[in-house]
Design a protein around this ligand. Structure first.
Ligand code: ADP
Ligand code: MG
Length: 222
């Protein structure tokens, strides 16, 4: 599902050139659950953003679901994100003026899925939020907001789900439930999951974990 080779990401900060990712190689098979761990500033979010085609690397190759992302133009990247990818953020990113069901319906409506709102309610049921479909984000707990965000991310059945510190704003018990939900959805749907965490206990929910430090992979492939 993912083949990353010799990935380098540099940014200029004033006159200095910062090397954020320094020759990353990463392979994730279809269906696999992979955790990316490492201290703050080690490049985890940068790597995830590159896998999502949100940014372009300085050098190297990123193949996701058969597409070489570095060769796609902006339209191609937008189509790749729409058709292949789901993304879960640390801070949920729900639209505050929409109910949980309306939030989950957004990608379905954009894709022209009939009965988007009814489908959204089914998805909320699947993530354990059947009783909360009419609630606004501010009326939901952090864990409930993240469940709604997960339902939205998987609404169009993406082959690949990326989650950047999805438990970062949650207590550890709630965080573990969110990781369990992501892993269960991954298994049921046969999709691929890559999640970032700096919690080693959560990383153990993955089949495999890749540890970054200073923009490099520490443990290589297991
Ligand atoms: N747009 C940017 N400009 C300058 N430095 C950045 C930028 N984005 C990330 N960095 C730096 O790159 C390093 C890795 O960042 P990041 O990928 O966010 O790490 P992590 O998610 O592991 O905490 C950090 O030192 C961060 O300060
Ligand atoms: Mg980060």
């Amino acid at each position: 599902m993912i083949q990353v080779r010799d990935l380098v990401m540099q940014l200029s900060s004033g006159r200095r050139l910062l090397t954020i990712l320094d020759g990353i190689a990463l392979d994730v098979e279809a269906g696999e659950v992979c955790a990316i761990t490492g201290p703050s500033g080690s490049g985890k979010s940068t790597l995830l953003g590159l896998l999502a085609g949100l940014d372009r690397p300085t050098a190297g190759s990123i193949v996701v679901a058969g597409a070489e992302l570095t060769r796609l133009d902006q339209d191609g990247l937008a189509r790749f994100r729409r058709e292949t990818l789901g993304y879960v953020f640390q801070s949920f990113h729900l639209i505050p003026t929409l109910t949980a069901a309306e939030n989950v319906a957004v990608p379905l409506e954009i894709a022209g899925v009939p009965d988007a709102l009814a489908r959204a309610r089914e998805l909320l049921d699947e993530v354990g939020l059947a009783g909360r479909t009419q609630h606004y984000p501010a009326e939901l707990s952090g864990g409930e907001q993240q469940r709604a965000a997960v339902a939205r991310a998987v609404a169009l059945r993406p082959k690949l789900l990326l989650a950047d510190e999805p438990t970062g704003n949650l207590d550890s018990a709630t965080g573990a439930q969110i990781i369990e939900l992501l892993v269960a959805l991954n298994r049921e749907r046969g999709s691929t999951l890559v999640f970032v965490t700096h919690d080693e206990a959560l990383a153990r929910h993955a089949g495999r974990s890749v540890r970054l430090r200073d923009g490099r992979v520490l443990n290589g492939q297991l």
